[in-house]
Design a protein around this ligand. Structure first.
Ligand code: CO
Length: 134
């Protein structure tokens, strides 16, 4: 059911420092910071030949990554995103298999303008999984 790895999201408390690591130390192609107030984060996209890394910094009060950064002050992998051809079919298949879909199960429009859903980490090897319709 799942297809390509769309991105790995890394939560960071200092986006400028994290961007410098990826740009200067690792020599990657990085975007300008992109504030996404509707998602409570500012994102820098790191473009790799086969996938993307997204550096996420909290934006505003009640950011969804604030708690994660309190538990992981040095930052860390927050979620991984897999592409699926049909997000509603994927949701229904996973729910039928007993997996927990976060929120009310209605896909939201994610950072790339496509519908996304998140799956409970306890059902997926301790990893928060995002599904994005390809
Ligand atoms: Co994501």
């Amino acid at each position: 059911m799942i297809g390509r790895l769309n991105h790995v999201a890394i939560a960071v408390s200092n986006l400028a420092a994290a961007t410098a690591v990826y740009k200067s130390t690792l020599g990657a192609e990085v975007s300008e910071p992109l504030p996404q107030p509707e998602h409570g984060v500012t994102v820098v996209f790191v473009t790799l030949p086969n996938t993307k890394v997204e550096l996420l910094e909290p934006l505003g009060a009640g950011s969804p990554i604030a708690g994660f950064l309190e538990r992981n002050p040095a930052g860390g992998i927050h979620h991984i995103c897999y592409e699926v051809p049909d997000i509603l079919a994927a949701r229904d298949t996973l729910k039928a298999a007993g997996a927990r879909v976060l929120g009310d199960g209605t896909p939201r429009i994610g950072a790339h303008g496509k519908p996304v859903l998140f799956l409970h980490p306890k059902d997926f090897c301790g990893t928060l999984v995002e599904l994005e319709q390809a």
